[in-house]
Each structure stands twice: as C-alpha cells, then as structure tokens.
Design a protein around this ligand. Structure first.
Ligand code: ATP
Length: 301
C-alpha cells in the first residue's frame, strides 16, 4: 500500500499562442506551442484512513476547499472509483499564481497522477488526460509535458521534438491578471493579420531544432489585450532584450514575461538586474530556469 507520494508539478510557458475564434460554448479555439520549464510546485500526498480531501498550502490566499484545483482533481478520481479512504495534500507553491504559467492546472495534473497511483486505479496517461480536461483546458498538456502543439480548447495535443537547452528568465510584475478578463476582452474577429503568431513556422523551427528561428517566431495574440492594460509587461520584455535575451514574450494571458538566453552569463546578469538591480522595480517575482523536457513521471518528478 502506498501511503505517501512526493511529486513535482512543473509550470509552462507559451512559445506561441494564437486564438482562432470564440466558440458557441464560450471557450476559444486556440493554437499554442507549450513548453514545460523547470520551475515547479511541490505536492506531497499522504494517505488518510478517514474519508475526505484535506489541503494544506504555504499561500494563505489560496482556497483549501473544493475551489482548489488539486481538490477538484482528487475528488474527480476518488468519486469515480468510490475510494473510501482519504488524502491530505500538501501544496507548496513556487510557480507564480494567476500568471499565465498554468500553475493550478499542473498541480491538478500531478494530483490526478498521484491519486491514480496511490489507489492503484489503473488509468493510463491518456485516460488521465481525458479526465483532466474536465478540470481545465491546460490539464491534459500538464500531464503530457515537454514541447507540444496544443489545439482545440487545449485538449488536442501533438508532441514536438525537445527544444535545444538554453536559459529562460521568468519575471512576473506585481499585478495579477484574470484569464477570463483577457479572453473576454479579446476581439478575436477584429485582430489584424500581424497580431497572429506564425504557429506553423514555429513548429517547423522546433523540428529543425533551431533556437534562433524559434525565438524569432515567439508571439502571443493575448498581448494585444494584456499589454495595453499593464504596460509594465512591454517594459520587462524590452529590459530582457537589452540584457541580451534572444527574444522575450508574455506567457499565456500574462502578466508573466519570459526571455530566452543562449548565453548563461548574460542570463545570470539579467537575473541579477531584475532581482536586485535597477530592473527590480519592474518585477515582483524573478526566476532563472530552463526548459524541462522529461515526459516520464516518477515519484519526486
Ligand atoms: P493559466 O496559465 O492556465 O491561465 P494561471 O497562471 O493564470 O493559469 P493559476 O495560477 O493556475 O492561473 O490559477 C489562478 C486562480 O486559480 C486563482 O484565482 C486561484 O485562487 C485559483 N486556484 C485554484 N487552485 C489553485 C492552485 N492549486 N494553484 C494556484 N491557483 C489556484
């Protein structure tokens, strides 16, 4: 019997994000290039003999009830399989919250994986992904991980070759952006041709493993909504490029910005600047990380 599982829930960035149209059901059809990064939340799942789902977290402002995505994930599987025992989940957040890095979705993905394993439910990764989309559009991708093309509302996934390794500087300004606000304010029909990133070109660049071609194609249509609202995002992008980033982009619905560096030294200097130097006023949370391309999930991963 498994009584404890320690897992890592990795965050993602979008190398490309395009919105095709708003659907009748309110969701949007998207085309996104997803990339896992090495920044993760720590999730510890403990078996509890009494029924119920208990959540303990290091962030006081996160819900610890059914509104937490880890709760939803555990409940989904435990209800379906009539699990009579319970779980206590310790969630230690490092991925910025409401930031466009799918932190909550990744936590849910890890809990689906963990509950399946702890109670020997026997679901395949594909079956977990089918259940995950009920919790959130990005959850199936967070189960898959690595570099991938994401289509539909996010549930149609095509794995892509691993990205060449490089440094990724992540900076979140001190504002929180609601994904709903951004999508509600996106005028999908009124976008200019130039607002749309070249997703097919990006896929080709990834297949040729050319980091410079990939960087040249970074694009996120949601910047058209979030940047006018929070100009600091554009300032962070500029600062990263001045510091030697090959390119920089807002991730997801924002406000997190990432910069891609091919020089470890330049990346380190840019990190120091944004964390402790003159760039400090622009960003509240700063991390120097890299691409994470391991798709296999083991304990402690
Ligand atoms: P995405 O990139 O998918 O848009 P995000 O970074 O914008 O994700 P999250 O950090 O995943 O957003 O979630 C933010 C919202 O979800 C907050 O309102 C928060 O209270 C709620 N939430 C519920 N569960 C979690 C969780 N486990 N981690 C973070 N936020 C959670």
């Amino acid at each position: 019997m498994i009584r404890y599982l320690g897992l890592k829930a990795y965050g993602k960035i979008n190398l490309g994000l395009d919105v095709l149209r708003k659907r009748e059901d309110g969701y949007h059809d998207v085309r996104m290039i997803m990339q896992t990064v090495s920044l993760y939340d720590k999730i510890d799942i403990y078996l509890k003999e009494t029924p119920g789902i208990e959540i303990v977290t290091n962030l006081f402002y996160l819900p610890v009830n059914e509104n937490n995505l880890v709760y939803k994930a555990a409940k989904l599987l435990m209800d379906e399989f009539h699990v009579t025992q319970g779980v206590t989940i310790h969630l230690k957040k490092f991925i910025p919250v409401s930031a466009g890095m799918a932190g909550g979705s990744s936590d849910a993905a890890s809990v689906l994986f963990g509950v399946n394993k702890m109670f020997k439910l026997g679901l395949t990764r594909q079956e977990l992904m089918e259940r995950g989309v009920k919790i959130g559009a990005d959850v199936p991708y967070c189960i898959m991980r690595g570099t991938a093309l994401s289509e539909g509302i996010g549930e149609i996934l095509t794995p892509l070759p691993d990205m060449p390794q490089c440094q990724v500087l992540i900076a979140k300004p001190g504002v929180s952006v609601s994904t709903k606000f951004v999508y509600d304010n996106l005028d999908a029909a009124g976008l200019k041709e130039s607002d749309h990133p070249d997703i097919d070109g990006m896929v080709a660049a990834i297949k040729s493993r050319d980091i410079y071609q990939v960087s040249a194609r970074l694009g996120n249509v949601l910047e058209t909504v979030t940047i006018p609202e929070y100009p600091v995002i554009a300032q962070i992008k500029e600062r990263m490029k001045e510091a030697g980033a090959v390119n920089a982009l807002m991730s997801g619905s924002g406000p997190t910005v990432f910069g891609i560096f091919t020089s470890p030294l330049a990346a380190e200097k840019a990190y120091e600047d944004m964390r402790y130097g003159e760039g400090k006023t622009l960003a509240k949370q700063v991390y120097l990380t890299n691409f994470y391309n391991t798709r296999e999930v083991t304990n402690e991963q």
